[in-house]
Design a protein around this ligand. Structure first.
Ligand code: BES
Ligand code: MN
Ligand code: ZN
Length: 488
């Protein structure tokens, strides 16, 4: 999808679909202007329909042969309450109503009212991401009619946001969504490694894949314990982006990469929705999606390491037993009192590996705990860090990206719950505060001199219902926040 700005306004625009943002209390003048411009009577019709422009509500007029062929009114709510996020949501619902038409999609919003610098980029993201549909697994695909050009009418400058970054970022989100929705018989650890290698062929990224034997040599007993019961080989993926010229900042981002989590011998039963556990590589999808975007944007001065300890958590005669004791690559021994707390076992060795690179900061993303979903629901990820500066950076990036994120307490006394009779620590504590003990477990494997943040994305990785920008299914959560943070 291309984007352009039409500063001269509606009179000089002609295209296929027009989205008009309506403000509560101002609709009369807005509709009068539209009715005059196109010689139609939408005001009368909308009054009859009792249409009030509540945020995201739409009303569509088919005008058939004229330009525009389709006119979509979308509510923006009250003028004083409009935020950038509201414009995103409104643009997404408008874009959704444009499905069925091709060609150019014009959007006219009250741009001045939003006071935001990044409005053009945000709208572009919202429109493109809301129109995404994954048809890879259909045997027959009807041609999908959607606009392929976006024109922001009456917007004269892009202000801060460089629109050129939006395309690569959206491509990264789309890649992440495809990885997350791909089932476990399609997206295996090897497939994940192959897609990392593909990226390294297309973009200035370097791919290093560690095989099981390499990981054994590095003493990654915690990670390797998780894949013992699987027929599929683990793949430890390390992509590096190194800019030309001076390097001022070095970052490592780690994603949990469980291509399937059966729970192991602590098998997922009952309401655990085992069939959804293909999404347990959502962290790694965000990391690889971000690599895709960074590889195309090629920012200066920042080196980035993208790390995934990919594997499957399955059951067979060699699978790890509940109660087994393993040794991670930093020498710490872990009693695996629950085989379903496998993500943290893979992340432990990935965090040790990342720490050895001595980056300026480490961020991990993981679909780590159901407890985090209970705490924050499906639209908000949990953030744990003891570094206030890093917390601010990541919160700002998430805010800019329009991705929900909430800082959670790193309550050290809960570490008590991870005490093991025999080993240095257990991998799970009590049910209460389960996402906090998970974060505390991870902390044991990070070099504490390096600022580190953990993001639990178990909630927002997937959405059952359409939320406008995120069609039902995989959301690609995290890509936008990560990229915005890296580009800071
Ligand atoms: N992948 C799950 C976490 C998860 C659960 C993500 C539900 C999304 C929805 C993780 O590996 C897991 O099984 N965690 C356990 C930890 C428990 C055994 C301490 C959980 O949350 O139940
Ligand atoms: Mn699990
Ligand atoms: Zn898991």
């Amino acid at each position: 999808m291309e984007i352009s700005l039409i500063p001269a306004g509606l009179d000089s625009w002609s295209g296929n679909v027009l989205i008009v943002g309506l403000i509560e209390g101002k609709t009369e003048e807005q509709l009068d202007a539209i009715d005059r411009r196109y010689d139609i009577q939408t005001k009368k019709v909308l009054t009859k329909l009792n249409f009030t422009p509540k945020l995201g509500k739409t009303s569509t007029f088919q005008l058939l042969e004229k330009s525009p062929e389709k006119l979509i009114f979308v509510g923006l709510g009250k003028q004083e309450d409009i935020t950038l996020d509201d414009l995103r949501k409104a643009a997404a619902s408008g874009a959704r109503s444009s499905i069925g038409n091709i060609g150019s999609l014009g959007i006219i919003f009250p741009w001045e009212e939003t006071g935001s610098d990044s409005v053009a980029g945000a709208i572009y993201e919202a429109v493109r991401l809301s129109l995404f549909k994954d048809v890879r697994f259909k045997s027959q695909v009807e041609p999908r009619l959607v606009p392929n050009k976006l024109e922001l009418i009456g917007l004269s400058e892009t202000r801060n946001t460089s629109i050129s970054q939006v395309g690569p970022i959206c491509a990264g989100v789309e890649l992440a969504r495809e990885m997350v929705s791909a089932p476990a018989n399609s997206l295996t650890p090897s497939a994940l490694a192959e897609s990392a290698k593909d990226l390294a062929n297309k973009y200035p990224l370097k791919a290093l894949i560690l095989e099981k034997e390499d990981c054994k040599k590095k003493g990654m007993g915690s990670y390797l314990a998780v894949c013992e019961g699987s027929d599929l080989a683990p793949k430890f993926i390390h992509l590096t982006y190194q800019p030309k010229g001076e390097i001022k900042r070095r970052l490592a981002i780690i994603g949990k990469g469980l291509t399937f989590d059966s729970g192991g011998y602590n098998l997922k039963v009952g309401a655990a929705q085992i069939e959804l556990m293909k999404f347990d590589m959502g962290g790694s999808a965000a990391v690889i999606g971000a690599a895709r975007a960074i590889g195309e944007i090629c920012p200066q001065n920042t080196e980035v390491h993208f790390i995934v300890a990919a594997c499957e958590n399955m059951i067979n005669g060699s699978a790890v037993h509940p109660g087994d004791i393993v040794t991670a690559s930093n020498g710490k021994t872990i009693e695996i009192n629950n085989t379903d707390a496998e993500g943290r076992l893979t992340l432990a060795d990935a965090l040790v590996y990342a720490s050895k690179l001595k980056p300026d900061a480490i961020v991990d993303l993981a679909t780590l705990t159901g407890a985090c979903v209970i705490a924050l629901g499906n639209e908000i990820a949990g953030l744990w860090t003891e570094n206030n500066h890093l917390a601010e950076e990541i919160k700002n990036a998430a805010q800019e990206a329009g991705e929900g994120l909430w800082r959670m307490p790193f309550h050290n006394s809960y570490k008590e719950g991870l005490k093991s009779l025999l080993a240095d620590l257990k991998n799970t504590g009590p049910r209460q505060g389960g996402s906090i003990t998970a974060a505390l477990f991870l902390k044991e494997f990070v070099d504490t001199s390096i600022p580190w943040a953990h993001i639990d994305i178990a909630g927002p990785v997937w959405t059952e219902k359409d939320t406008g920008i995120n069609p039902a299914g995989a959301t690609g959560y995290g890509v936008r926040t990560l990229v915005k943070w890296i580009l800071k």
